[in-house]
Design a protein around this ligand. Structure first.
Ligand code: ATP
Ligand code: LTN
Length: 334
């Protein structure tokens, strides 16, 4: 009988702070579910993180913390490859080759570059500009079929597809052209303080953001303060960004449909609804928090896991780098 190869999934998250509920709902939660069906590769994107200025000691600490969070969210290092990007030098190597197949014009159109340069006007570095090439390399090195991300990363994925196709046309087939894998509900969780803006790890207003390690009281307090509207009816509708966002969050953590939620809160005020969302989120995240504490007390185990992950990732990626080097005409010396 013919056995079909499992598809390859790759995704990454930057160690720029504690994961938010947005990261969890839009990305990491789904990574967990994909582990049974696919060959999954997940990485902590520390090389991406330095496109914005970081304190070195803090970055080192955040990277180990992010790795522990990944495992606490259910990524099983026995089932998936979980590693830290800078531990695999192939990411830097493929980056140069792919840069030479990427156009200045296409990078100039990236909305994340525009947004981040506005946010950090004193440090618009070349890495921030070429960030999507690094990301294309992450994906193409592993011949990934699917890339589970939140909707904010769609444009970067399209660029990765274009770069892969351009390289393949120029030098002959090498890279698999990846597909995005974006959740239907929760693809973009919004800030609780400004429901027209994405909930982001590096948000300056901590009340807008639920961190997955926040304690129950903090979570409930932040939801109580969430910006809504003056209609006082829990229903999903255009113009009700704040309530739509809370309904999305509640739906994901409880599994209830929007219709069920509207029925559940029929005749009740926003106060009741916000409290219910806060409690449901806090209960949902509680096991993540306790597993994280346990893992952070076992640094030797974490190190063992990311070392093994880097070795496995390195072996796969090296094959792609060698092929790419040969294709572009570099002389083989081994
Ligand atoms: P930063 O604020 O440092 O740019 P971030 O919070 O946007 O970070 P990333 O590390 O860039 O997080 O993203 C990790 C994953 O989480 C990506 O797949 C991204 O699409 C997803 N993600 C980030 N924010 C949200 C959000 N608010 N809603 C849904 N998905 C999100
Ligand atoms: N740029 C991504 C994080 C990331 C990523 C990747 C996601 C780095 N490399 C590869 C998917 C595939 C972000 O979320 N900002």
């Amino acid at each position: 009988m013919e056995t079909q190869e499992k598809k390859i999934i790759l995704s990454g998250i930057q160690p720029t702070g504690t994961f938010t509920l947005g990261n969890y709902i839009g990305a990491v939660r789904n990574w967990n579910k994909l582990q049974e069906e696919f060959n999954c590769i997940y990485m902590i994107a520390d090389m991406h993180a330095i496109t914005v200025r970081q304190d070195p000691a803090k970055l080192r600490q955040n990277t180990v913390q992010a790795y522990a969070l990944l495992l606490a969210c259910g990524i099983d290092p026995e089932k998936s490859i979980a590693f830290i990007q800078s531990h695999n030098k192939c990411h830097a190597e493929i980056n140069w080759v792919l840069s030479c197949s990427t156009q200045f014009g296409e990078l100039s159109r990236m909305t994340q570059f525009k947004a981040k340069s506005e946010k950090h006007p004193d440090d618009i570095n070349a890495g921030l500009f070429t960030y999507p090439v690094l990301m294309a390399g992450d994906i193409l090195l592993y011949q990934s079929d699917l890339v589970p991300v939140g909707v904010d990363q769609k444009q970067h994925l399209e660029l990765a597809r274009n770069v892969a196709q351009r390289f393949n046309q120029r030098y002959g087939e090498l890279f698999k052209v990846p597909e995005p894998y974006i959740p239907e509900v929760g693809a973009k969780v919004m800030s609780l303080q400004d429901p027209t803006a994405k909930m982001s790890k590096s948000d300056d207003n901590p009340n807008g953001c639920i961190y997955i390690l926040d304690d129950k009281d903090t979570i409930i307090r932040k939801f109580k303060k969430a910006v809504t509207d003056s209609e006082a009816v829990v229903r999903y509708a255009e113009g009700k960004d704040g309530i739509n966002n809370l309904m999305t969050i509640y739906s994901v953590v409880t599994g209830k449909s929007f219709e069920d939620i509207e029925k559940e809160f029929d005749g009740k005020g926003y106060g009741d609804f916000k409290l219910a969302v806060g409690e449901a989120v806090a209960d949902h995240l509680e096991p993540v928090r306790s597993e994280f504490d346990r893992l952070m007390n076992d640094k030797a185990y974490l190190k063992e896991c990311y070392t093994k992950g880097a070795e496995m990732a390195g072996r796969i990626a090296q094959k792609t780098v060698s092929k790419a080097y040969r294709k572009v005409g570099f002389v083989d010396f081994r």
